[in-house]
Write a protein that binds this ligand. Structure first.
Ligand SMILES: *[C@@H]1O[C@H](CO)[C@@H](O)[C@H](O)[C@H]1NC(C)=O
Ligand SMILES: *[C@@H]1O[C@H](CO)[C@@H](O)[C@H](O)[C@H]1NC(C)=O
Ligand SMILES: *[C@@H]1O[C@H](CO)[C@@H](O)[C@H](O)[C@H]1NC(C)=O
Length: 281
């Protein structure tokens, strides 16, 4: 009986603490969200002062009401930041890697600004992310294959940037992807088969050429198979390289042989002269 009583009062204390915790949370804000927004504000440049109310007192509590925020472009859900939409605000600067601290983020839309730098690979840890729209900016660098870890992604719109490198094969594994646009970048290499081709279930085609257009070095279905002729020319270059290598080897070998023969002859002659001029005893 005393043991039971003890357990019961423990439960009461626990319940009390939990109630305190949930009551406390909306008032003080989520520290991850606060860090996320503060760092994003720091790395973004805002020459038009569009984020003038992204100030410190608001960062510390970005979601005061359950589904409301007083910060421009921020939408909250259950006291957490779940949508960030800062489009067409003349923003410059870069995306903070600490964007990953907004752990409940479902939609990140920073489209139509002049944001530069790379897409922080840290985005991979936003496991609830469904919409990623960074189109029409000045982003560079490669698309991280780890982006495919955000398995709920259904929109990836990166068109109109300066992204380079290949489109990661892994993005083809994103089963929910319904919009994908990487047109007008500097991407290269072959389009992953499971993005361009029919899906393995065979009934819904994935993305057509407008998703991939405007990348000079990108090839494969649904774009033209430009690589075939390029493949030949690469073989030709290798052939010429190998051929001229062998030829120069043969030539220098012959040269060395001739030189050896000539010096041998000279030495013989020299020896002959010497033996001639040697006094005979
Ligand atoms: C912050 O700015 C947005 C848009 O300009 C506005 O809707 C919102 O009311 C502002 N919030 C505060 C607290 O000033
Ligand atoms: C991404 O944002 C741009 C500009 O705001 C918009 O036009 C486009 O439709 C968005 N992409 C998707 C797939 O919703
Ligand atoms: C590609 O598909 C979209 C709809 O998903 C359509 O609006 C567009 O016209 C298509 N483009 C081409 C070149 O077929």
């Amino acid at each position: 009986m005393p043991a039971n009583h003890h357990r019961f009062s423990n439960r009461i204390v626990l319940l009390f603490l939990l109630t305190l915790e949930t009551a406390r949370r909306p008032a003080s804000g989520d520290s991850n969200d606060a860090a996320c927004l503060a760092n994003l504000h720091q790395t973004l440049e805002d020459p038009a002062n569009n984020l003038h109310n992204w100030t410190k007192p608001f960062f510390s509590n970005p979601c005061p009401a359950v589904s409301d925020s007083h910060l421009r472009g921020v939408t909250c859900n259950n006291g957490r930041v779940y949508k960030l939409s800062l489009t067409n605000l003349s923003l410059r600067g870069s995306i903070s890697p600490l964007i990953s601290s907004c752990t409940n983020l479902q939609s990140l839309d920073l489209s139509s600004n002049q944001i530069s730098g790379e897409i922080p690979p840290e985005i991979q840890s936003l496991s609830n992310l469904a919409v990623l729209n960074l189109s029409s900016n000045r982003l560079s660098g490669e698309i991280s294959p780890q982006l495919a870890r955000c398995s709920f992604l259904n929109v990836i719109d990166l068109h109109g940037n300066g992204l380079s490198g290949a489109i990661p094969q892994q993005l083809g594994t994103l089963a929910r992807l319904s919009a994908f646009d990487v047109s007008n970048n500097r991407l290269s290499g072959q389009i992953p088969a499971n993005l361009g081709m029919m899906r393995s279930d065979g009934n819904s085609a994935r993305f057509n050429s407008s998703s991939f257009a405007g990348n000079k070095k990108l090839y494969g279905y649904p774009l033209e198979e430009r690589e075939r002729s390029k493949g030949l020319s690469v073989m030709a270059i290798v052939g010429i390289g190998l051929g001229s290598g062998v030829a120069s080897l043969v030539i220098s070998f012959t040269g060395v042989c001739i030189w050896l023969k000539v010096t041998e002859k000279k030495m013989e002659e020299e020896e002959g002269k010497i033996s001639h001029s040697m006094p005979v005893y």
